[in-house]
Design a protein. Sequence first.
Length: 183
Amino acid sequence: MAGNDKRGTRKPQGGPGPVSRRRGRAEGRGRGGGPVRVADLLPDLAERGGWGQVMDLCRLRAAWGDLVGPAVAAHSHPEKIGRGRLTVTVDNSAWLMQLSFYRDEMRGKAAGLLGADKVSDVFLKVGRIPRPQTRSRSAPVPPPPGAAKDVEACVAGVDDPEVRAALRSLLLADLSRSRTPGG
């Protein structure tokens, strides 16, 4: 059978190495031939499967704001990593010029995160920056001046204090949601 050697072991496609048919673990990996932690196998599997650069790029994107600061991160985005080159997309030519002065610093910080062998050069280009999607709601805007007086006039005819308080809260919340900041 193709892929089998003479001793009854086989090498799976993209796997970490020969796997014993009897024991089901990578040879020479565990201490004394014992089991190997999956976490110890993942980096090797990622590199052999071609996922290493994708994982590095994800790590870099997650840390980008901390590496370059929020102002730079708002106008730049790590696009790809390959052959030691980090490609960073920026909003416009002004940011491209500004960040060209910090190219060595960006390279050093990225290499510090991923390893010196992973990032040896930074290439900047102008393009579209993906905007993060916000999942949280914006803070409520206070109701307009004089709204509290109008709400009190509306709820004054309600005799039950609990219902009156609930209605007051509902009306004030509705007034807050229907306004835009600064409007």
